[in-house]
Design a protein around this ligand. Structure first.
Ligand code: NDP
Length: 477
């Protein structure tokens, strides 16, 4: 078993102030693979002090110096890429093909997106009235990340903090801490000055809250559940720090009768099940125009029943287990709720797939005949569970799509691009995908309503980590 008990503070691997062990579990085998330490507020104090001290000089480094550091980070990350993919497979259960092609790859894509934006950013700007606006690093940043796309979130927070001249303390999810510890090794090897990046493991209610409340933290960037995001905001309120949140979603996917049905329903089902459904922007509510509804349901049934579940260590297009027994229990509860509320079970259902009694595997599940008032249409399931419902008109589709507390992503499938853009403009969501177009590195990621605030990635992601200073200077006559 791996011993990963140390934290990374002030450029060194250090022991926790009070030892408290936690085993990291492989979700495919339910066996421990590593032991980490659960930190305390005292460890956070130590990490924040290091970050605060480092900010004094790091905040004054030049753009060129920071671009050079990020380019070195890219080089080291690329060299250790396969190690990263294997680590994510081991602790998250993402199949190795998916870990390699997607989970580990985002670490490169986002980094390149930020480097490109940093090369274009204007840190000093003259206003038409003669005043000067300066963009300055915000200070010490507290970063809390989840387990579902672990390197995605780490890259979307650590990189803009370091790119803009801020310093940071990261608390990753204790379900997937090993990729974060590997990232710390990579940051160290890239040569970032001591104290600029620090990592403390621990749980949300103690270590996470200690960060949010800390008076020497200037900004919190959080990704996870709406429940925990609300807690971070409340904890941060007394010290009036900036808070950016990337929370859950219940993203609608509107399929019009003029869409390429075979291609778009197939793509939609597979996208919903990607990463075993553990994605905040997954298209989980499939709204289909009634004239093609029966046909779409049949395609979804066929595609859904062909999705296989399998061992994450094996290459292939199968899906893996959920991350934990807690997530397994939550997803089972939601599948039972769908059945109890009278939705038509098309594919899958409760329990484990045949031959997968060990591990947190669930059956890819599709419900048809769902109403937008059912729990499976309103609550984030975070498992491979798709809800299909019919609509008649464009107006009705928009209304149902927007009838949710969330507003992260939305999806539109149509053969008429003018219509697709017209509908996209009326959807209350931070990102709209038309006909399967993917999210591209460098574009802003984030949501409306209870899906959060702030935007991550590229130029918009850098701006969230910057303060604005106005310099009023005397103007010559
Ligand atoms: P959480 O929101 O609890 O976990 C995400 C991160 O927040 C973890 O690092 C967690 O630490 C931390 N955290 C939890 N509570 C607090 C707190 N009070 N203050 C500061 N940090 C905190 O998600 P769960 O793992 O419990 O998943 C629950 C549901 O959340 C999922 O089923 C899914 O619906 C949603 N979710 C959404 C994500 C997204 O990308 N938007 C990502 C993950 C989950 P710790 O685990 O140690 O408590």
């Amino acid at each position: 078993m791996l011993d990963k008990r140390k934290f990374y503070i002030n450029g060194e691997w250090v022991d926790p102030i009070t030892p408290r062990d936690l085993e990291v579990i492989n979700p495919a085998t339910e066996k421990p693979i590593a032991v980490i330490s659960m930190g305390t507020a005292a460890d956070i104090d130590r990490a924040v002090a290091a970050a605060k001290a480092a900010f004094r000089s790091y905040s004054r480094t030049s753009l060129d110096e920071r671009i050079a550091l990020l380019e070195k980070l890219l080089e080291v990350y690329t060299r250790r890429y396969d190690e990263m993919a294997r680590t994510i497979t081991l602790e998250l259960g993402a199949p190795i093909t998916m870990s390699t092609d997607q989970q580990a790859h985002v670490g490169i894509g986002h980094l390149e997106g930020f480097i490109e934006a940093l090369k274009r950013i204007k840190l000093r700007e003259e206003l038409p009235n003669g005043d000067i606006v300066l963009r300055e690093p915000i200070g010490v940043c507290g970063l809390i990340t989840p387990w579902n796309w672990p390197i995605n979130q780490i890259a979307l927070k650590v990189v803009p903090a370091l790119a803009t001249g801020s310093t940071c303390v990261l608390k990753p999810s204790e379900f997937t801490p090993l990729n974060a510890l590997l990232y710390a090794e990579i940051v160290h090897e890239a040569g970032f000055p001591e104290g600029t990046f620090n990592l403390v493991n621990g749980d949300g209610v103690s270590v996470g809250a200690a960060l949010s409340k800390h008076r020497d933290i200037d900004m919190m960037s959080f990704t996870g559940s709406t429940r925990a995001g609300t807690a971070v905001s409340k904890d941060a309120a007394d010290t009036v720090k900036r808070v950016t949140l990337e929370l859950g979603g219940k993203s609608p996917n509107i399929v019009f009768e003029d869409a390429d049905l075979e291609e778009r329903i197939t793509g939609s089902v597979l996208e919903c099940f990607n990463n075993s459904g553990q994605s905040c922007d997954a298209p989980t509510r499939l709204l289909v125009q009634r004239s093609v509804y029966d046909k779409a349901v049949e395609i979804a049934r066929r595609v859904g029943s062909e999705v296989s579940v399998g061992n994450p260590e094996e290459a292939g297009e199968h899906i893996g287990p959920l991350v934990s027994d807690i997530q397994y229990g939550r997803v089972q509860t939601m599948i039972e709720a769908g059945i109890a509320e009278g939705a038509e079970l098309l594919v899958g259902g409760p329990g484990k797939p045949e031959g997968f009694e060990t591990g947190y595997f669930v059956k890819p599940t599709i419900f048809a005949g769902v109403s937008n008032q059912m729990r499976i249409a309103r609550e984030e399931v975070f498992g491979p569970v798709l809800a299909i419902m019919p609509f008649d008109t464009e107006e009705e589709a928009i209304e149902v799509a927007n009838d949710t507390n969330y507003g992260l992503a939305a999806y539109v499938q149509s053969g008429d691009l003018d219509r697709a853009e017209r509908v996209a403009a009326r959807l209350r969501a931070g990102m709209v995908h038309i006909n399967g177009a993917p999210h591209r590195y460098g574009s802003p990621f984030g949501g409306y309503k209870q899906s959060g605030n702030g935007r991550e990635g590229g130029m918009f992601g850098l701006e969230d980590f910057l303060e604005i200073k106005t310099v009023h200077r005397p103007l010559s006559a």
